[in-house]
Ligand binder design. Structure first.
Ligand code: F6P
Length: 361
């Protein structure tokens, strides 16, 4: 078994609430439990690509204050720049994976903990295999689309934030007799939208996993009116397409393209077919920021401790996960070979249907 003295830690991909709680747990367990040194790499793999390598040694004294409660990541992160096809200033793409592997060895690290979502897991595993990096992964993503774990860090907080938005939209919808459309994140999965919709009393929930028709939404709104209610709440996941199956995207300044626009599209279409006054809220990055919920802090802490214990046991190429009330670990190879969409036959969809929520089909 490899002798461990120095471990690296990085956050990769989009940030979310709870990352700092993971960092804190890793540092506590590694230093207090095993007497190791912990090196936090700045901005994901970018820190290992830079020269000099961009990092800081993490000691217990930085966690005496507020960091457990803070959103974001004190290490910084990036969701751009695949090192195997890294965008260069001249517009070309270059394989810079070797520089990252060199950076890891330059720091004389014995192991690396990466905190990331499915995209980062794929990239970092390839790097780890190529460069002889002893890696353990911790799942984080508000989208909750990492398989084998009931929860990824950040997801619960995102649902809390989105539910609070629905709680706030309901009284204003009722006061003005409006149909409120709330567009939520989640990429190609509807976990945030479905769970938020149930928690926040939505009448209609549209997710990418279930094709919808406008007629079905119209019928639901007419049924609500027939019951004497004059407002409705509609939740839609950003990955839902138009009625014709067209994905809607937004191009940011700088050319980055991401999902977005379905909320406004639906707001218009619902107004046209029902005559209702509609308003649209796009919640966006508020779902990623802010203070982590206590549940996310607990998952984050359990994952951090377990990841360090895996390294101590010489078990690499594995991701920690939460399953059946326990912290477990699974091979990363298996994680990246699957997807984790909403289970259409699962209890959450069953609950939504049982509540009479229209899922668009
Ligand atoms: O994967 C997490 C996520 O927040 C998605 O839900 C969303 O589509 C995307 O990241 C937004 O990315 P960016 O931070 O690049 O706008």
């Amino acid at each position: 078994m490899a002798t461990i003295k120095r471990i690296g830690l990085l956050t990769s991909g989009g940030d979310c609430a709870g990352l700092n709680a993971v960092i804190r747990a890793v540092v506590h367990r590694a230093i207090e439990g095993y007497g190791w040194r912990v090196f936090g790499i700045h901005e994901g793999t970018m820190g290992l690509m830079r020269r000099p390598v961009d990092y800081e040694e993490l000691s217990l004294n930085i966690f005496t204050g507020n960091i457990l409660r803070m959103g974001g990541t004190i290490l910084g992160t990036t969701n751009k720049g695949d090192p195997f096809a890294f965008p260069m200033p001249d517009g070309t793409k270059q394989d810079r994976s070797g520089e990252i592997v060199e950076g890891y060895h330059e720091l004389a690290l014995d192991a690396l903990i990466m905190i990331g979502g499915d995209g980062s897991l794929r990239i970092l595993r390839k790097l780890a295999l190529q460069g002889g990096i002893n890696m353990v992964a911790i799942p984080k993503t508000i989208d909750n689309d990492v398989p084998f774990t009931e929860n990824a860090v950040g997801y619960i907080t995102a649902v809390d934030v989105a539910t609070e938005a629905l709680d706030r939209l309901q009284p204003t919808a009722a006061s003005h007799n409006r149909v409120m459309v709330l567009e939520l994140m989640g990429r190609d999965n509807g976990h945030i939208a479905l769970n938020t919709g149930i928690a926040g009393g939505a009448d209609v929930i549209l997710i990418p996993e279930i094709p919808y028709t406008l007629d079905s939404i119209k019928r639901k709104i007419e049924a609500i009116r027939a019951q004497g209610r004059s407002f409705a709440l509609v939740v839609v996941a950003e990955g839902v397409k138009t009625e014709n199956g067209e994905p809607l995207t937004v191009t940011e300044i700088g050319g980055v393209i991401h999902l977005g626009g379905i909320g406004h599209y639906l707001g218009r279409r619902i107004a046209e077919v029902t005559g209702a006054e509609t308003r649209v809220t796009v919640l966006g990055h508020t779902q990623r920021g802010g203070m982590p919920s206590p549940r996310d802090r607990i998952f984050a802490s359990a994952f951090g401790v377990h990841a360090v214990d895996l390294i101590a046991a010489g078990k690499f190429d594995r991701m920690v996960a939460w399953s059946d009330r326990r912290c477990i670990d699974v091979p990363i190879a298996e994680v990246i070979s699957r997807q984790h969409p909403v289970d259409l036959k699962g209890p959450v969809v069953h609950t939504a249907r049982g509540l009479g929520i229209c899922l668009g089909d």
